[in-house]
Design a protein around this ligand. Sequence first.
Ligand SMILES: [Zn+2]
Length: 284
Amino acid sequence: MPEVTPASESSASRRTALAALGAAALLGMAACARGAAEPAPTSPPASESPRASATGRPSASSVPEPLPEPSPSPPARPVFVPDYVLPPVTNGLAPVITRIPTSHPVVFLTIDDGAHRTPEMVALMAEYGYQASIFLSQTFVQADPAYFDQFLAQGSLIENHTVSHNINMVRQLGYSQQLAEIAGMQDFALQHYGRLPTLFRPPGGAYSPAMQQAAAAAGLRAIITWEAKANAGGMDYQVGSSLRPGDIVLMHFRPEFATDLNAFRQAQLAAGLEVVLLEDFLAV
Ligand SMILES: [Zn+2]
């Protein structure tokens, strides 16, 4: 098993950790990275990789200069060729994913809703170097959608949690109404964040074949539920009493965000898992 760098430091060290995971993956499978500047499977470790050097060390100069600040743009997205392939839309139904069956030492953080927003949340995610799949509902965020640009700058991605967050939509809404809820949030996300979401999370977690069909029709690749929750300052597990490789963890933008995130962090470190963006692992 590879050494996994704790994700507490800078994004640069996080990238190193990701590259280490990628290098480890070479032992048993191929790994590569998106984009021409990314290390090829046979590249040396990240400290010598084009990506690391491309972060901009100043060239030799007679005048000592401080190292430049890291670019404010999101880090390049790593691409995994993992030991798991997302099932395709089948018979018009988007697949439902609760956890990723993988032997990689990874865990996936997802954060929902967006009703509560503070600078502390942004600072904590930066401090820990976490990237998350952020499932937003328009009704919660339309007063200040730009707040979430700060997470995008850290490399997180915005995903779809419907327009109005009706937790009874499976029972109360027909197919066309569900499609409107999902497609409407696709439009909102594209308008404000410049990217069409690829993942959908049902409000409250309940789903149905009609919802799977609506999600697929709206262009989404999968319905994402969860295996564990960071909730009320602690961890709730559906199975066992610790995080396992491939677990998808649910959190919310709530006033207790700091204690929830700390609970997740303690569990993540105790389990020896690296926080990896679900979209990167699934290549969606
Ligand atoms: Zn929700």
